[in-house]
Design a protein around this ligand. Structure first.
Ligand SMILES: Cc1ncc(COP(=O)(O)O)c(C=O)c1O
Length: 389
């Protein structure tokens, strides 16, 4: 496998997204788990592709300067984000609404500390990316689970059932949109229903939209819930980042959009003293990605769509497995409950396929497959699954 990025890019990005790059000498978290064994990693949500060429060039230039002191987020990055919100989502964001963070997960945890008092309740919709399951307890809040319901081929919110579990001390709702792990892109009616629910119960909406750039379904469009109406914006904390979209999650840079001044003040106070600064390389990478990453992103989305379709067709033909359509993200949520095995994650791992266990998301019996890789690696994973089944 080639390890150099020297020839990673051409006009079509064919090399970028079709080459099986070797990451094994980079201490990549995803690969180190299975170092020395013959397990291909399809777990943690980073992809097997080099970031956009403009990001790499900007990092080279910044590194050549040689001084890496504390660094402010530049006005140009701020402006870039504001323009992008207006262009992509028709969302007019005021500069003072933006607060910068070293990651979205720290943002989720600070948000939980912002909501009410210790002992108060915070809702999340299970299955869910595991930091959502942990963040309320980290902040000494009570987690209230609203289970997603599978209706036909679609995972949907089931707000009726959670009504009975909430009370006057329930303060917030942690939303993942697009949703990790189901790959759902919530529609306008779904988001409006959730917003009405939040209004009825006086909840703050904490909306993690880190996967917003990875919409695969041509019929789907990402809608920041806060962009739908000013009264929704007032009860919202939106968390976003360039790091998933442009495949640079190791260069932590994220931001919260908080339109309400009082909520913003509380969020700042809750994070005071323990949030790391965003580093200079992360800031440089974020700006280059937002400014110049468009053509790379379009080529990435084509690769992800093709991989999703290939995986969907393969899983459909595998006995005991079903996979719901993936509208966004590079993650497939596979139902393995009909397989006659105790632990589907261990079962596939023993066959050389390293998936994320559903139990981690609150749903044992499922596995999550990260298909953000070159076709060669995807085919190898599929072949191994077919063989063991
Ligand atoms: C929904 C969601 N939020 C947040 C993160 C991680 O965010 P960060 O690395 O910025 O903390 C992930 C990573 O997989 C994710 O899927």
């Amino acid at each position: 496998m080639p390890s150099s990025i020297d020839n990673a890019f051409d006009n079509t990005f064919d090399n970028t997204f079709n080459t099986a790059w070797d990451r094994r000498d980079t201490a990549a978290t995803k690969w180190e788990r299975y170092a020395g064994s013959d397990v291909l990693p399809f777990w943690v949500a980073d992809m097997e592709f080099p970031s956009p060429p403009a990001v790499i060039a900007a990092l080279h230039a910044r590194i050549d300067h040689g001084i890496f002191g504390y660094t402010n987020v530049s006005d140009s990055l701020r402006q870039q984000v504001i323009e992008q919100m207006a262009r992509d989502y028709d969302w007019q964001v005021a500069p003072e609404w933006l607060l910068w963070l070293p990651g979205v997960v720290p943002g989720l945890n600070v948000a939980c500390r912002t909501l009410g008092e210790p002992g108060d309740g915070i809702i999340t919709a299970v299955p869910i990316y595991h930091p959502f399951l942990e963040a309320p307890a980290n902040a000494h809040r009570r987690r209230v689970d609203a289970h997603l319901a599978l209706r036909g081929q679609r995972w949907e919110m089931d707000l009726e059932h959670v009504q009975t579990d909430i009370d006057a001390r329930t303060r917030g709702f942690l939303l993942s949109n697009p949703h990790n792990p189901t790959g759902r892109v919530y529609t306008r009616p779904e988001l409006l229903e959730l917003a009405a629910f939040a209004e009825r119960h006086d909840l703050i909406l904490v909306s993690d939209e880190i996967h917003a750039g990875l919409i695969l379904d041509p019929e789907s469009r990402h809608l920041p819930i806060a962009s739908l109406a000013p009264e929704i914006a007032r009860r919202s904390i939106t968390l976003m980042a360039p790091t998933k979209t442009y495949n640079m999650p190791g260069l932590g840079c994220a931001f919260a959009v908080i339109p309400d001044a009082d909520l913003r003040r509380r969020f700042k106070a809750a994070g005071n003293g323990f949030l790391a600064h965003v580093g200079p390389l992360a800031i440089t990478a974020a700006e280059a990605a937002y400014r110049h990453g468009g053509p790379w992103l379009q080529a990435l989305l084509q690769r992800l769509r093709a991989n999703r379709d290939r995986l969907q067709a393969a899983v459909n033909a595998m006995p005991g497995l079903t996979m719901t359509p993936v509208e966004a993200t590079c993650l497939a949520w596979i139902d393995a409950r009909a397989l006659d095995v105790d632990d589907p994650h261990r079962f596939f791992e023993a066959a050389g396929v390293g998936l994320s266990p559903g139990a981690q998301f609150g749903s044992p019996g499922f596995v999550r497959f990260n298909f953000g890789c070159a076709p060669e690696m995807l085919e190898a994973g599929i072949r191994r699954m077919q063989t063991v089944l």
